[in-house]
Every structure is written in structure tokens, then in C-alpha cells.
Design a protein around this ligand. Structure first.
Ligand code: ADP
Length: 360
């Protein structure tokens, strides 16, 4: 059963067409992440689902009920905002209890639920404090508590971690994942951060200019992107793209280096393509490699050492690429490093349309 069905939804703000005919179905219990660059319409779509924005076209069904014109409070949704939106003059307890009180829940039930929720979020000892007496991370826990204390059908998160520092964000990400595992509720989460999307989602919905560019499991999108846009959006550092020419089963990269392929991109013999290779799929050449002609010696330009890895920028003909290599004493600017391209992991993109021609 699907808890949410969005059909042909449009939203304009004056001349801006923020959401352009989105169709989306979210199965019960799934963690769906709406992700995409800033301004692609993900918050607007979430706010349309919540009822905080009126749609200009299309329908929204929650739990098989058409709620397109229902008020937010009549939609069976609970939302967590980036800004926390806590009541400053109320205690943590009262903030968490607020939604239950508004729904006239019995006092004993409220007390039990607030305490259970606070314990689950590790804020049980803070119930009498005011929001100003809490750290950012604690405030965000209260905001999450206020949402999950209710028995809503859909839990909506709008960039809930973007006000936190990096360490806290990593911790809270794990907490949210654990919460979803325990609560088994349907959650829809908006972020511009591809790491959050990859790590949290059962399913990623990647938006671009108000439309869905691709949706699927994180690995689906990562390994089988249908467009260059998706390939570049997921993964860090970004996937390298190099112009290449295919002839027969061989591909010539950047007019510099040729590879034989086990499988040439379909119907592309003699054609110009873009080859996409992730920095992690450029590896140090092994001396014992049975096909030494595949290795290329590069000259390291910029080197960013992250500890166990080194991000090495180098030129291939007129193009600049980046490789994510195992760190070594040769990871300094100007040094020569023998590398291999793992072409079995490469993707091929039509330079005109930006669509993937064939991937692994
Ligand atoms: P995202 O969440 O992906 O960053 P938004 O959904 O916030 O993107 O915005 C989508 C587009 O709609 C952007 O071009 C943004 O400037 C515009 N927009 C969003 N909210 C408003 C608003 N209240 N008034 C006018 N334009 C808006």
C-alpha cells in the first residue's frame, strides 16, 4: 500500500514554475529522500504534501484519501523544520506535548508518550528546560520528538540537519536512521546533501528544475545513472567526464589513451561520446597487471591528502581529472604516478542529450 500518491502536481510562484508535473508514490514504511541542488523545488514539493502550499494543479493522496484541498492539520502528517520552530516560552515537555494536547489526547497518554519519546531521543533529562537552554543538536531532537510523538501517517523532514555542525550532523544522521528502523514509519526527507541522501534513503528521488530526473535505490542511481546530471550529483569528488571516440571495441580518451572494451556502447561505433569515470575507479597501476598497456603515467598537479586517501588532480590532454588514490609518499605535486582506469565501471553519455548510452 502506498501512504502517499502525488499525481501531476504543479506549483508556480509568479513566473517561477517551481514544481512541474511531479508524479510520486511512496510505499508504506519507506524512507524516501527528495534531493537535488538548491532551488530544484524539493522544499516546495514537501510543503505541497504537507499542505503548507496550495498546488496549482494535480492531486495529493495520503493513505488513499484525496487531501489536495485539506488543511495541514487534516492531512495526517507531522513535519520537522530546519529552523526547529520550537515555542521559546514552553518547556521541552510542553513543546513535545503540544500536538497531542491540541488533539485533546488524555493527560496520562500524553505523559507516557512524551517520556517514551524523550527517552528514545536521549533528551529525557532535559524535559523541564526551555529551548534557549539547549544546544542546537538538542533543539533538533526536541523538534523531531514533537513530530514523532504523534501517530501521523507521514513524517516530513525539511533539511533538519543543515543548521548543525558536521560532527553533530553525522551523529544525528545515524539517530534518524535508527528511529526509522524502530518506528517503521513512512518518512519523506528533503536535503541538498548527497551523502545524507545516499546513507538515509530506501529510495532517492532526485529533482532537477522542478521535475524528477531519476528515482530508485541509492545504489541504482549511483551505479546506473540515466543522465550525466545524476552521475555528477551523487558521489564525491564528482565523476570525471572526458570526451572520447569509440571505434569498434576500443575507446580513445581525450585523444591521449585508448582502451579495449569488453562491451562497446551500443550503436556508437565511430561516434563521439563522453566517458564518465568516478575518482574511485582510477586506481594505482599494479606492477603485476597482465595488461600493462592499460596503465598511464600521470603527473600529479594538486594533491589533497585526507588521511588514508589522496585526491590527486591531473591532466589528460586538455582535460583535468581527479583520482581518489591510496595515499603514498608519491602523493605530492609534480610526482609521476602510474594509474589504471577501471573501464568496467565507466559510463558513456551522449554529449548532445546528456543521457547515458550504456552503463555497466
Ligand atoms: P529547494 O528546496 O530545492 O532549494 P525550493 O522549493 O525552495 O527549492 O524553491 C524552488 C523555486 O521556487 C526556487 O526558484 C525558489 O526561488 C522559488 N520559491 C520558493 N519559495 C518561493 C516563494 N515563497 N516565493 C517565490 N519564489 C519561491
Amino acid at each position: 500500500m502506498s501512504d502517499l500518491k502525488v499525481t501531476g502536481v504543479h506549483k508556480h510562484y509568479g513566473a517561477v514554475h517551481a514544481v512541474r508535473g511531479v508524479d510520486l508514490e511512496v510505499p508504506s514504511g519507506e524512507f524516501t529522500v527528495l534531493v537535488g541542488p538548491s532551488g530544484c523545488g524539493k522544499s516546495t514539493l514537501l510543503r505541497c504534501i504537507a499542505g503548507l502550499e496550495e498546488v496549482d494543479g494535480g492531486t495529493i493522496e495520503i493513505g488513499n484519501k484525496d487531501v489536495t484541498w485539506n488543511r495541514p492539520r487534516d492531512r495526517d502528517v507531522a513535519m520537522v523544520f530546519q529552523s526547529y520552530a520550537l515555542y521559546p516560552y514552553m518547556s521541552v515537555y510542553e513543546n513535545i506535548a503540544f500536538g497531542l494536547r491540541a488533539r485533546k489526547t488524555a493527560a496520562a497518554v500524553i505523559d507516557k508518550r512524551v517520556k517514551e519519546t524523550a527517552a528514545m531521543l536521549g533528551i529525557g533529562a532535559l524535559l523541564q528546560r526551555r529551548p534557549r537552554e539547549l544546544s542546537g543538536g538538542q533543539r533538533q531532537r526536541v523538534a523531531i520528538g514533537r513530530a514523532i510523538v504523534r501517530d501521523a501517517r507521514l513524517f516530513l523532514f525539511d533539511e533538519p540537519l543543515s543548521n548543525l555542525d558536521a560532527q553533530l550532523r553525522d551523529d544525528m544522521r545515524i539517530e534518524i536512521k535508527r528511529l526509522h528502523k524502530e518506528l517503521k514509519r513512512t518518512m519523506i526527507y528533503v536535503t541538498h546533501d548527497q551523502i545524507e541522501a545516499m546513507t538515509l534513503a530506501d529510495r532517492i528521488v532526485l529533482l532537477r528544475d522542478g521535475e524528477i530526473e531519476q528515482q530508485g535505490t541509492p545504489l541504482d542511481l549511483f551505479e546506473r545513472p540515466t543522465t550525466r546530471f545524476v552521475a555528477e550529483f551523487l558521489g564525491s569528488p564528482r565523476m570525471n567526464f572526458v570526451p572520447a571516440e569509440v571505434s569498434g571495441r576500443s575507446v580513445r580518451l581525450s585523444e591521449v589513451v585508448s582502451f579495449d572494451l569488453s562491451q562497446a556502447p551500443a550503436g556508437r561505433a565511430g561516434a563521439a561520446v563522453l566517458v564518465g569515470i568516478r575518482p574511485q575507479h582510477i586506481v594505482r597501476a599494479r606492477k603485476s597487471d597482465s595488461s600493462p598497456d592499460r596503465s598511464v603515467t600521470i603527473v600529479a598537479d594538486l594533491v589533497q591528502v585526507t588521511g588514508t586517501r589522496a585526491l590527486v588532480t591531473f591532466n589528460l590532454g586538455p582535460h583535468t581529472l581527479i583520482a581518489d588514490l591510496e595515499v603514498g609518499s608519491d602523493c605530492v605535486p609534480g610526482s609521476r604516478i602510474a594509474i589504471d582506469f577501471d573501464m568496467s565501471r565507466a559510463i558513456f553519455v551522449d554529449p548532445g542529450s546528456g543521457r547515458t548510452i550504456s552503463s555497466r
